[in-house]
Ligand binder design. Structure first.
Ligand code: DGJ
Length: 673
């Protein structure tokens, strides 16, 4: 057992590596012993309830293999599910456990999958970070023993993303073998790689074991979250392209696959809590004139919320600020000719609210012990169905009563004191998973009740950017950090797995509110267009020239929106390897491309750089807007684009070539027929 490659390893019979599940039997032992029973194979996929999963349009798109196993020590029937996606080199995995004994058993570990790969010589790639610097790329060699990442924060978190990749040592961005592993899940997760002394690498992923236990009563079944395993032999970029396509086709709701997302203006960084109806209408009306599609009212519109200490869970308008309520304001905004969007933080409660004081059992934490606040707020017990229903009713009332076409669902703190007053003592270990199931339940209820509303998920910026939430909300606020150069890094890392169209990205004010940096409006725009595109600054105080620039920027984005959101994406230069970053999108027929290039600090006396493009047709001739002559695809890919005055028209390149920090360029490339 010690040197076998195993598929879903048990424990106790000579395989001393990490096991994929752990269950304490009613006889208090953990001995497990799986026996094969049978298999079944069918077109399409099994039915799933209450959990985000890989969607299948028609039965032809996938095939399912289920291996039936039986653990005679534990009296557990297990099924390992393999869903093969017809058009992709991807396998979706999960496991179910059914207690067929006469007594309850308690699980302390139920991983979604385990796989043993035949080499010890891999690099591990993952996305790490913190608030305002999410999903930075890290690649480290695997060593003997265990390496792991995960989250115990109650959300998938800013710290690590539920995604890892194993790369052959020689694999680069554009060539070589790579295996991607991601969890379709938004709660606590664990991703683990273990290299043994027989040169086998075991990888597994699932719900984090810390604080986790699950009581399986007689006859009950537990399903793990699904994991999406993707293979590619064209490097990391090939893996990303595969993930992007799978997510667009099999995770995101079909109606959002080819839709045109609204260009939005959000008032958060423009006003924070300090606004009234007039200020909002002035911004909305100016936004309408500049070509925006959607005005979003962020935090501060409800209860008596003038700072972050109060009113969460009171989803009724702050009439001091908004005398006509959300109903009146939203209708006035819509009358201006622009859609209206609204912010909520459904999972949270403030101490000064009726809900907190009259329903203390709705608040997370043990009544005998102090509860830690985070951003002055407390967490509602979403493992309790009554809480989810109550919040649904409150949100429904306001959404029914107004003209809202977009909702930003925020979540601004990690979970601590994870004790639910609605769960009995045997079931406390189920809290974290039940909490996230409650979040999914509310998403399900809201998206069913309001199918016309576009949801954007958010968690203090990008603290819950994962496939679980993309299943319900097709875009996620990528980070609270809107500084252009920091955003390049965050969006570059995020693109490893998530499609460009899923990344909320805004132009914000300078000096930037997170890092105090000054960057040009051009660089902020160039960076934000590789996402859903929006603004988050006070447009009413901009100069006329700036307003013209904003109008042109929106027009530019709309011209290229389809290409950016549906084109093939290539990363060209990593901001984690130096001071420059570059990526591009190209149309399916290779006739149109858009290239992003920027640098951070100016390198003195820098060498002449040639930016090698990707994905063009070698034989086609292309015109680069601003370049002096046309070039064939092979030349642009092998020799590259030269950022010099002899290559480009002076007008186009002059400003970029002048020494200075934080500069960017967008290259528009069109085939010459
Ligand atoms: C955190 C979000 O990421 C911000 O965009 C903003 O909505 C604030 N919360 C509001 O409190």
């Amino acid at each position: 057992m010690e040197f076998l490659r195993r598929e879903y390893p048990d424990f106790g019979h000579g395989d001393f590596r990490t096991s994929s599940y752990e269950i304490v039997s009613s006889k208090a032992h953990t001995l497990s012993g799986i026996k094969y029973e049978k298999y079944e194979c069918f077109k399409g996929r099994d039915r799933v309830f209450g959990m985000p999963h890989v969607r299948i349009g028609s039965e032809e798109e996938a095939e399912t293999l289920i291996i039936h196993l039986y653990d005679s020590f534990l009296q557990i029937r297990m099924k390992i599910f393999y869903l093969l996606l017809e058009d992709y080199s991807a396998i979706v995995r999960k496991v179910s456990f059914e207690n067929i004994s006469n007594e309850p058993v308690k699980a302390s570990k139920l991983m979604s999958f385990s796989i043993d790969l035949p080499s010890a010589s891999y690099d591990l790639m993952f996305l790490k970070g913190a608030w305002s610097r999410e999903r930075h790329v890290e690649r480290v060699p695997l060593h003997k023993g265990i390496q792991s990442i995960g989250s115990t924060k109650g959300s998938s978190s800013h710290t690590f993303n539920p995604f890892v990749a194993l790369l052959d040592k020689k694999t680069t961005e554009h060539q070589g073998e790579v295996y991607g592993f991601s969890l379709i899940y938004s709660g606590n997760f664990l991703a683990l790689a273990e290299v043994d002394n027989f040169d086998i690498t075991r990888v597994m992923m699932g719900i984090h074991t810390q604080g986790f236990s699950w009581v399986l009563k007689e006859g009950e079944v537990f399903y793990t979250p699904e994991a999406l395993l993707v293979y590619n032999n064209e490097g990391l970029n090939g893996l990303s392209q595969e993930y992007h396509k799978i997510i667009e086709r099999h995770i995101i709701l079909e109606k959002y696959r080819n839709d045109v997302r609204p260009v939005l203006i959000n008032n958060w960084e423009a006003t924070y809590f300090n606004f009234d109806e007039d200020t909002m209408l002035t911004i909305a009306s100016e936004a309408r004139n500049l070509g925006f599609d959607l005005f979003v009212l962020d935090d501060g519109w409800f209860g008596k919320r003038n700072d972050d200490k109060t009113s969460l869970s009171e989803w009724t308008p702050n009439y001091d600020k908004l005398p006509n309520g959300i109903s009146g304001l939203s209708k006035k905004v819509v009358d201006l000719g622009i859609q209206f969007g609204l912010w909520f933080e459904p999972e949270m409660v403030s101490e000064d609210t009726r809900l907190y004081n009259e329903n203390p059992d709705f608040v997370l934490g043990h009544f005998n012990y102090p509860k830690s606040h985070g951003r002055n707020q407390f967490v509602l017990d979403f493992s309790n169905e009554a809480v989810v229903n109550e919040i649904f009713e409150r949100m429904k009332r306001i959404l029914n009563d107004s003209s809202v076409s977009y909702v930003k669902w925020d979540m601004n703190r990690s979970i601590t004191e994870a004790y639910s007053q609605s769960l009995s003592k045997e079931h406390q270990g189920e809290f974290y998973h039940r909490y996230i199931l409650g979040v999914y339940k509310l998403y399900e209820m809201l998206t069913n009740a309001f199918p016309h509303i576009l949801f954007e998920s958010c968690a203090g910026g990008g603290g819950r950017f994962d496939l679980g939430l993309l299943y319900y909300a097709p875009q996620t606020w990528t980070s609270d950090d809107t500084d252009a150069w920091e955003r390049v890094k965050i969006q570059y890392g995020t693109s490893m797995i998530y499609p460009i169209k899923s990344m909320g990205s805004h132009v914000s004010a300078v000096p930037n509110h997170q890092v105090g940096r000054n960057t040009s409006l051009k660089m902020r725009h160039d960076t934000a267009i590789f996402g859903t595109y929006g603004y988050e600054l006070d447009i009413t105080t901009m100069s006329d020239e700036e307003k013209i620039e904003v109008r042109n920027n929106i027009e530019f984005f709309k011209t290229y929106q389809n290409l950016i959101h549906h084109g093939k994406f290539y990363r060209l230069l990593s901001p984690f390897d130096g001071e420059a970053a570059s990526y591009m999108v190209i149309s399916e027929c290779q006739s149109k491309a858009l290239v992003y290039y920027s640098h951070g600090l100016q390198v003195p006396n820098a060498p002449l750089s040639n930016l090698k493009l990707r994905g063009l047709d070698p034989a086609k001739k292309y015109r680069i807007h601003g370049a002096k002559s046309s070039h064939h695809g092979d030349e642009l890919m092998n020799l590259g684009v030269l950022f010099t005055e002899s290559y480009f028209e002076k007008d186009f390149i002059d400003n970029f070539l002048k020494p200075g920090d934080f500069k960017s360029l967008i290259l528009e490339i069109t085939e010459i027929k």
